[in-house]
Design a protein around this ligand. Structure first.
Ligand code: 5RP
Length: 242
């Protein structure tokens, strides 16, 4: 069965996500306002926060980064604030599609990049939860997501063709994926070439019609990464958690 991951591999990856998601809760303290990320790894963080609230009396409030996370947190009884209601967010915990040695990220695989970036930007610190498949020397192996306005996507795609060396695809194709903001996502095939994500972010944001780009530069302060043998917490030397 070439090309299809076996059930064992799927189970192993799920176990790694769970381990990383739960381990990141070591950063959480009572009284914190937490940015709650989106995705299948940070889902375990949110579940663990919910468990600790019930079983250990942890008291936190959350700022969700997507409708999916808002629903999950509500089901768990985590009190929520909107970004506008939260004066400042103590810590955001979120997943990533890739992270490089400088703690720069590609995010947006789950389509929530715009709100994820707003919440991360309003946070005193950000911790990423991931399994070791997400660790890369250079960003770009994962197609870079951009959020675009629904009436702008064709023009943005055409303009991106001169910036992106590979294909630029509308997520969902004939039935486009629609974000929580009512936008579309373009997935851009850069390949592992993004050595200066800050510069590329600036260039892409200068294209009219781009709402947000899934490059997170200077935002992540630590990565909690699960490998088959251990869970590593890698803290950025000059980051805000040091
Ligand atoms: C959503 C994201 C996710 O954090 C990213 O896609 C990682 O998700 P997962 O933990 O499911 O692999 O950026 O927009």
């Amino acid at each position: 069965m070439r090309g299809t991951p076996s059930a064992t591999i799927v189970d192993e990856v799920e176990a790694l996500k769970r381990e990383a998601g739960i381990a990141a809760c070591s950063f959480v303290r009572s009284g914190m306002i937490l940015g709650l990320g989106t995705g299948s790894t940070v889902r375990y963080t949110v579940l663990e926060i919910g468990r600790r609230m019930v079983e250990e009396g942890l008291q936190v409030k959350g700022v969700p980064t997507s409708e999916a996370t808002r629903h999950l947190a509500e089901d768990l009884g985590i009190p929520l604030l909107t970004l506008e209601q939260a004066d400042e967010i103590d810590l955001t915990i979120d997943g990533a599609d890739e992270f490089d040695p400088d703690f720069q990220l590609i995010k947006g695989g789950g389509g929530a990049l715009t709100q994820e970036k707003r919440v991360a930007a309003a946070s005193r610190a950000m911790v990423v939860v991931a399994d070791d498949r997400k660790q890369v020397p250079v960003l770009g192996g994962f197609d870079l997501p951009l959020e675009v306005g629904t009436s702008d996507w064709k023009r943005v795609r055409d303009e991106l063709d001169s910036i992106c060396p590979g294909m630029v695809r509308l997520r969902g194709g004939q039935i486009p994926y629609v974000t929580d903001n009512g936008g579309y996502i373009l997935d851009c095939e850069f390949g592992p070439t993004i050595s200066d994500p800050g510069k590329l972010e600036e260039l892409i944001l200068s294209v009219d019609g781009v709402v947000e780009v899934g490059l997170f530069v200077g935002m992540c302060d630590a990565v909690v990464m699960a490998t088959l043998s251990e869970v590593l917490t890698i803290v950025k030397e000059d980051g805000r958690l040091n």
